[in-house]
Design a protein around this ligand. Sequence first.
Ligand code: 5GP
Length: 178
Amino acid sequence: MHKDIKKILIDQDVLQRRIKELGQEISKDYKGKDLLVICVLKGAVLFMADLVQNIDISLEMDFMAVSSYGDATQSSGVVRIIKDLDASIENKDLLIVEDIVDSGLTLSYLMELLKARGVKSLKVCSLLEKPENLVSKVNIDYVGFQVPDEFVVGYGLDYAQKYRNLPYIGVLKEEVYK
Ligand code: 5GP
């Protein structure tokens, strides 16, 4: 285990097993549809890469980057597009792939923005959800795991751009960010 990690919440095996299930569920639900999977950078990149390998229907991928916390651990509520999608999403069946939904502010902003571009359908798949903090009441169609209200890193999730490469989801020691 990395020296800055207090405990492992979700190990590699458990992650991969759940991602396989999510992929199977998504494959079934989107059969015959025009699936476009949108990865929200950078946090969702590892999840997205594993998820699409477990989806066995034809799909396209695109990437988007929005601002998150900067180097702090609390949501500012301010969302900024850093990188927009490359192609038009009109009439597509969109699946947004997120790393974690905390307050839901980032996601609800993103959903409104994408809906306004004339999508056929829009669903969300988030690896993690912190249910205690969901203030904006966004509906998440596919959830990997619910996690407690602690700051987690690993498997794409960062603190100050670090720890994304850890193959598990862990809780950061408080002394690292306090
Ligand atoms: P929200 O707008 O839902 O409050 O926050 C969403 C974004 O905040 C996520 O996409 C992620 O970048 C960041 N975030 C929220 N909670 C955590 C956490 O526990 N760990 C990390 N690394 N990022 C988080």
